[in-house]
Design a protein around this ligand. Structure first.
Ligand code: GLC
Length: 749
């Protein structure tokens, strides 16, 4: 048996007193080319576990030994939710092989999709998905999600978190829309960088660190036809203005790794694009960390994009474009091809060293050489009540009250509530994908303590009979006769309130591709049926993207967008319905009016060419966009008024600024939190400008009758936007400051 006891070796790279750069230099010159290429390779857990199935986190030591000792593989990924002890044993054995049974003892780094809490760890705290965190307009929640994820997953040996998704939620058809923070680049920038800091600057795991991953770089989220990994056509100016900011802010916050967009932009797959991965990401945006491909992105150059005739050519173009590590992840072709390319001199060892240096730097910075092994003495932190409370706070702040006719909500303590819909008694629908398993787990795998909307309402309304209507209890809308309909509707008249919890079942990536954003027909039909009764109807939308409900919006008394609120979400929903929680959430996206009319709030002026607002069936009168509910919309159980919007001057000079002030008043009868959204509208621009752009937001917590003056400094930087080369343009133009319908004009001199 080949073993080395690392403690007997005293190479400089093992000396923690030396600078990381010195340790890397020493280690690199000791490595063979094949050992270096092994560090550039990430393989899936199915190649090292006993069954070849994602769900089995049980190491097959022989498989692991072969890959680590003979092929020097430096990274692995994936798995499913198992107990902490199971991960601990798996990572302990995997790490022991790497650090004790190899010539140089380089520790492995394990990557995993804990995107909203340690989602592949049984008992972990699970936050709302990012689309809900965007709805809070509070970076604190994104920071907490990152922090808790790191605190709960670090000890079991997960040092590389494949989050946050920094893609812009530009296309609500896209099946990964719910993984984004919504359609605004400024909001996504603040939320994404806060999450990165929560993961990477977590004192609970100090002096060690965990790496976050900005993904999927870039322009992945706006495929022309809405389906996952299909072509996007984006000008470089659009990329700089809309898709770059969230990555840039995360990089400026110290982001350690980036994952590539598997798709193509303008005919060039990102993984093969030197312009994107080197000129833009490294030279212009200053990223110095590790770039890993997404799942088999190199293989996709051969069998999806057909830009490489064979796998070896695909490796060549990806490495030349600038990737550092290949998420290969189910074979060894990457290693073998790259070794051949180096032997042939088509790829230099200097190029290999460039990537291996970054990978080793990552491992040294995370402290893996000093502390490679997991630990099992702090599992009590997993799912800790304080962590779950943070997730609960985020869930409560993420619920958006879209409509509330006649102040139906908060619901009085009724006698009888009828509860319908696919999400009424579902745990899995509350979190969708990347939870317990890639596509979401089976219902029975969710925590026993976790509420569904049904059980949470039961707790919130203890004196009320809540009748759960299962599929069998409701007539088939397709075959129902008039007399059956009459009987059924009469039955519903005996209830005080009807709640329909619908939306979407879990999906992840391409399994969520759809060709119609409308709420599915069976749900629309049942909603129409129950709306035929005299009893008021509340629709709760548990969904990853805004399914269209325009055709029946007038029949609904109240609508709640619950999104994907996570494991604490049902309780948050129930407390909004009971009024214990005064809803705070605002839409981080424009809620579309029609399936083929998907227009974001920051659309161009020409988007409204021939648009007739009178014909638009818009519920929100202040809505100035062609949506059913506009970006930033969200009702409260109190009311707020905005007044006295003032500017300290009507002109900004080159190095100057002007102060904007505004008074917000709680004009209702209960305390509430208002999110004040400050927009800038540019009147004329060399490059067409969005009708308005979110530039600042803040919270105002107000008691009834209380007023608060909020203020914000506008600078020339605020007014800048990028040209096609990413260079900032500041134009001496006239502008408007817009806040909740109030407007003040000013100009740049
Ligand atoms: C997937 C996803 C990516 C994820 C990776 C590893 O294809 O695109 O977001 O991190 O594979 O699971």
């Amino acid at each position: 048996m080949f073993t080395t006891n690392q403690s007997t070796l005293n190479y400089p790279y093992q000396n923690a007193d030396l600078k990381i750069s010195e340790r890397i230099e020493d280690l690199l010159q000791r490595m063979s080319v094949y050992e270096k290429i092994g560090q550039m390779t990430q393989l899936d857990i199915t190649l090292i576990n006993t069954t070849g199935k994602q769900k089995d986190v049980i190491l097959d030591p022989e498989k692991a030994r072969d890959l680590i000792r003979n092929h020097h593989i430096g990274s692995f990924l994936n798995g499913e939710a198992v107990k902490p002890g199971t991960w601990y044993r798996f990572m302990s054995e995997l790490t022991r092989i790497a650090v004790e049974e190899t010539r140089l003892g380089i520790p492995v780094i394990y990557g995993i999709d804990h995107i909203h809490g340690a989602s592949y760890l049984e008992g972990a705290t699970i936050f709302p998905q990012s689309i809900n965190l965007g709805a809070t307009f509070d970076p604190k929640h994104a920071h907490n999600a990152g922090w808790v994820t790191a605190a709960e997953s670090f000890d079991i040996g997960h040092h590389w978190i494949f989050a946050p998704v920094l893609d812009l939620g530009a296309n609500p058809l896209w099946p990964r829309f719910w993984e984004t923070y919504g359609e605004d680049p400024y909001l996504a920038s603040l939320m994404g960088s806060a999450n990165v800091e929560g993961v990477q600057k977590n004192d609970d795991i100090r002096p060690l660190k965990q790496a976050a991953t900005g993904k999927h770089f870039l322009g992945y989220s706006d495929p022309r036809h809405g389906w996952d990994r299909t072509p996007a056509h984006l000008s470089m100016q659009q990329i700089h203005e809309f898709h770059r900011p969230s990555f840039q802010k995360a990089i400026d916050a110290g982001l350690k790794t980036i994952m590539t967009n598997s798709g193509e932009i303008n005919g060039v797959p990102v993984v093969a694009s030197h312009d994107i991965l080197t000129k833009l990401l490294r030279d212009e945006m200053g990223f110095e960390g590790v770039v890993i491909t997404d799942w088999d992105d190199i293989g996709k150059l051969v069998d999806l994009h057909y830009t490489a005739g064979n796998y070896k050519e695909a490796v060549y173009s990806a490495v030349q474009a600038g990737i550092d590590m290949s998420m290969t992840p189910e074979h060894l072709e990457f290693n073998k091809s790259l070794l051949e390319l180096v032997d042939e001199g088509r790829i230099t060892e200097e190029r290999i060293d460039q990537s291996v240096l970054r990978i080793l730097k990552l491992k040294f910075e995370l402290g893996l050489f000093e502390n490679p092994f997991p630990r099992d003495d702090r599992f009590h932190r997993i799912g800790h009540p304080e962590n779950r409370q943070k997730a609960f706070e985020a869930a409560k702040d993420s619920i958006v009250l879209l409509k509330n006719d006649g102040n139906l909500l908060p619901a009085k303590q009724s006698k009888r509530i009828g509860l319908f819909g696919i999400s009424a008694n579902s745990k899995r629908n509350l979190s969708s994908g990347w939870t317990i398993a890639w596509q979401g787990g089976k219902e029975e795998r969710y925590p026993v303590h976790m509420h569904t909307i049904y059980t949470a309402l039961g707790e919130e309304f203890p004196e009320t009979e809540i009748k759960l209507f299962t599929k069998d209890d409701v007539p088939d809308a397709k075959t129902i006769t008039d007399s059956e309909k009459k009987r059924f509707v009469n039955k519903l008249n005996s209830f005080d309130l009807l709640i329909f919890a619908g939306g979407e079942e879990p999906y992840c990536e391409f399994t969520g591709n759809i060709s119609d954003l409308s709420l599915p027909k069976d749900q629309l039909n049942l909603l129409k049926l129950i709306s035929g009764s005299e009893t008021p109807v509340v629709l709760i939308l548990v969904q990853g993207r805004p399914r269209i409900i325009t055709e029946l919006i007038d029949d609904l008394d109240a609508v709640i967008h619950a999104g994907l609120p996570g494991f604490e979400g049902a309780k948050a929903i129930a407390e909004v319905i009971s009024g214990k929680v005064n809803p705070v959430g605002k839409l981080p996206f424009s809620y579309p009016m029609h399936p083929n009319y998907l227009v974001p709030y920051n659309h161009k002026k020409s988007n409204l060419y021939s648009f007739d607002p009178e014909k638009a069936n818009r519920i929100v009168k202040t809505n100035d966009s062609p949506s059913l509910f506009p970006f930033g919309h969200g009702l409260s159980y109190t009311t707020f008024s905005y007044s006295e919007l003032k500017l300290s001057s009507e002109a900004i000079r080159q190095n100057g600024s002007i102060k904007a002030t505004l008074t917000v008043t709680n004009t209702g009868s209960r305390a509430g939190t208002e999110t004040v959204l400050w927009f800038i509208s540019t009147h004329v621009g060399r490059i067409t400008r969005p009708v308005k752009e979110l530039k600042h937001f803040e919270k105002a917590h107000l008691h009834p009758g209380e007023s608060k003056t909020v203020e914000w400094m506008i600078t020339p930087e605020t007014l800048s936007y990028p040209d096609e080369n990413g260079r900032k343009i500041i134009e001496k133009q006239s502008y408007s400051l817009i806040v909740n319908g109030l407007k003040r004009d000013f100009k740049m001199e």
